[in-house]
Design a protein around this ligand. Sequence first.
Ligand SMILES: [Zn+2]
Length: 371
Amino acid sequence: MRPLVWLTAALAVGAASPSAAQDRRPTIPPPSITEYEPVSTLVVPETMVPRAKFPVVDLHGHPPTLDDPETIAEVVDAMDDLNLRVMVQARGSSGARLTSQIEAVRAAGQEDRFVFFTTLDLRNVGPGSGARIAAQLEADVAAGAVGIGEIGKGFGLSNRKSDGSRLQLDDPELDPVWQTAARLGIPVFIHTADPPEFFEPLDYENERWLEMALFENRRFNDPARFPTFETLMEERNRLVARHPETTFILAHMGWHTHDLARLGELFDAHPNVFAEVGAVLYDLGRQPRFAHDFFVAYQDRILFGKDSFRPEEYPYFWRVFETEDEYFDYYRDYHAFWKLYGMGLPDDVLRKLYHENALRVIPNMPTDGFR
Ligand SMILES: [Zn+2]
């Protein structure tokens, strides 16, 4: 029995919560959460990566509306510096707002640098909506769109049907839309829910306390107003199971980066599911070894995307994916109270993450510049 006792004791030590300085209290007023900004004294090798190692497709592009030559030129300049070869305009425009951008990009001679996803009008869905939305989808794809998205988090979280009830992600009325996407061979890029912490009580154990305190509109923890995180995950999982011929790309890694094994189970169960890394670098960079192994295991299922278009933030992604740097700053302090580490992904995985998977999943992609 002796080893067992030893094991129990060791587990207990490992599980003990950190002591609060042996019950001492600060003898001077402690700083607030927004005031305390310790500067790291750690001296370790630093590898800045201003340009990605291989050409990149940004699946989750949110550049400004690309309908004038100056904006297009500015975005292309920023893309060139970062080694972004193609940006998906994922702001999701339909009809005239879509075609005006496609035409402006062509007129600027930049049609090999941008592709466009269309959007779906998911407000007031009622009888007949599915067929109407599917018809608009057909028209937008005929006009040049190569995907749907980004479908925003309002779908599932807050969109109402014409009868006033919440529009569930797997509502059968929308079946013709997902079937049409499958027939046209275009992916559905969908953002469901938000970080699970946003659905939890706003207390001092919540890792996103500061962000939720700063942004009132990121609090989804009132069950009278919002479905739970798990409800949304169940609806999303039923949606992808119901349409196995339709390709779904989950924005923000499906908000499972804090529990990658769960995303792995989803990948294993549904070959039609892919995921995109936008705005979740804070989670990947705090588990570099586990995330490395996950990205290697699921190297055919993960696509690069950034979300908000701030050129100075992209190099943080390159650094986490490409280097083995340790303990460096993230670009947005309210996302994370921790530092990042490099995952050191191998070249063949980087190529898939950066562009090969996107070239496979999105139809009619420009192919110049990827060699
Ligand atoms: Zn987005």
